[in-house]
Design a protein around this ligand. Sequence first.
Ligand SMILES: Nc1ncnc2c1ncn2[C@@H]1O[C@H](COP(=O)(O)OP(=O)(O)OP(=O)(O)O)[C@@H](O)[C@H]1O
Ligand SMILES: [Mg+2]
Length: 589
Amino acid sequence: MANLRHLLPYMARYRLSLLIGLCCAIIGATVSTLSPYVLRLAVDELSTGTILLSSLTRYGGLLLIIALADGLFKFFQRMLIIGTSYAVENDLRRALFARYMQLDQSFFSQNHTGDLMARATNDLSAIRQLLGPGINGSATALFTFSAAALLMLFVNVPLALIVLLLMPLTTLIFILVGNRMRRTFTKVQDQFGTLSTRVQENFSGIRTIKAYAQEEAELAVFAADNAHYRTLSMRYMVLSGALWPLMTLGLGIVAALVLLVGGRLVVAGQLTIGQLAQFNAYLVMLSFPMIMLGWVVSLVQQAAASMDRLLEVLTRKPAITNPEVAIPLPHPRGEITLEGVGVRYTSERSDDRLSPRPAWMLHDISFHVPAGSSLALVGATGAGKTTLVNLLARVRDPDAGRVLIDGIDVRQLDLANLRRAISYVPQETFLFSRSLRENVAFGVDQADHAAIAHATTVSCLANDLDQFPDGIEAMVGERGLTLSGGQKQRVAIARAVLRNPAILVLDDALSSVDTHTSAQILTQLHELLRGRTSIIIAQRAATVRDADQIIVLHDGQIAEHGTHNELLQLGGHYTAMCRRELLEAELTD
Ligand SMILES: Nc1ncnc2c1ncn2[C@@H]1O[C@H](COP(=O)(O)OP(=O)(O)OP(=O)(O)O)[C@@H](O)[C@H]1O
Ligand SMILES: [Mg+2]
């Protein structure tokens, strides 16, 4: 529960609203305790039998004015306190999203999307419930309780003591039942995260599910998860349902005692009927704070559980951060050097006892790519090519050795500068549900028409634009076009070209494009790449043969290194690859 103190800085920003809200709560609570006093005066006058119609009307009017004033103050109290809770929720959600944006790739591969979504929705809403209705309710409860308790003592001390000593017993019920509620609530939230992840994965993977006719199987797993969610929710419901009746029972016992003891005092002449009526009115007033207390206890517990989950994200340090003294790189030349670079398998994977693997995914990699030249990377699937190029823009950092751009260790460079210097066309293209133009111009502030046209020509995307109803303005994704694999890759190439980078990295970015178009793109890229550094990962010799140097990765190490002709002389992996390709070409002919 101590973790809730992390909310204080967020609330401090709105302290003025909160303070005025709390003042309204104090005034409202004080005003509302006046009505039992008016009631007492009226009852006492009535019991003497000498009351005038005019004074009855006066008491009635007073009660009306008290109710009006009470309502007015409660309105402002609600507005200010609940309004603050929405503002804090807004700030927290922004901080959470900002942290999500800062975190590195490893974080996202460790956490499920549904779970990350649940934190930004359900957990935040549990916290808002505490800050809004929770604080609002406890303020009313606290001040009403204090005022009513004080006035009760004025009326009759022994009777007040009975009430004030017995009432807290009901609080005990909450602490006992509440603890169980908290534990169950955490389980409910976790299960909801699992459920969301499953739904989200099913939507993204709907094509695969249908292709493998797995609808029924997925439905069965979903039904089981859903049923488990229901079971947990029911358990929570039973606990929270039992809470109220137990409360009411406790309050009933106190009310019975007051009637018994208070009645005897009236008979003995130590208490007027009016005072007993006033006392009973306070008792009713007190039962509200007691019920409120129970509710707030459960809110606090839910919010504490949710805060734990939020803090897991908010306090997590990104693995990759901008260095404290960052060296700017405003005009990168694009020289790349790797010195004895090694990358380990991440720990969770090497723990995998069923399939013991070597500790190093990449080992002792050194090479130099002069500014403006080209390097081709080839190697079997899983050889570590993607991992290697990920080191350049610091998607991850190496576990050994150094990566240098223009002779400076990338860990010393300003991260934004570094990333702007490199355009990366990933192996798996991701397009946003926006127009083609916006997808191409992603990350470029002001892209003029000519630049976009140039980029789409280089990537040969222009060839396909006529097919789309709105050309470059066509919408992509959920409510728009479904592009072919090759079309997506060309959008990604156009996106990379438009950024006008010093270093261009193509990670198998022509794999889904036919050989003819691929050759066309390469020729045009060749023009563009003059004076730029490029790294091209490819599976086809045709794509890599013209590179200034070719590296063959094998078992995480550099197996062969040289030009096309040099590697052919070696008669190793590269020669075998070229031969295979020739054979395939002959077979297809
Ligand atoms: N985040 C990660 N954590 C742990 N292991 C990883 C991670 N990413 C990749 N690997 C492993 O590292 C190895 C190299 O992967 P990488 O993606 O670099 O291969 P690749 O050469 O690009 O293969 P492909 O040609 O299929 O794209 C693989 O065995 C892969 O399973
Ligand atoms: Mg790869």
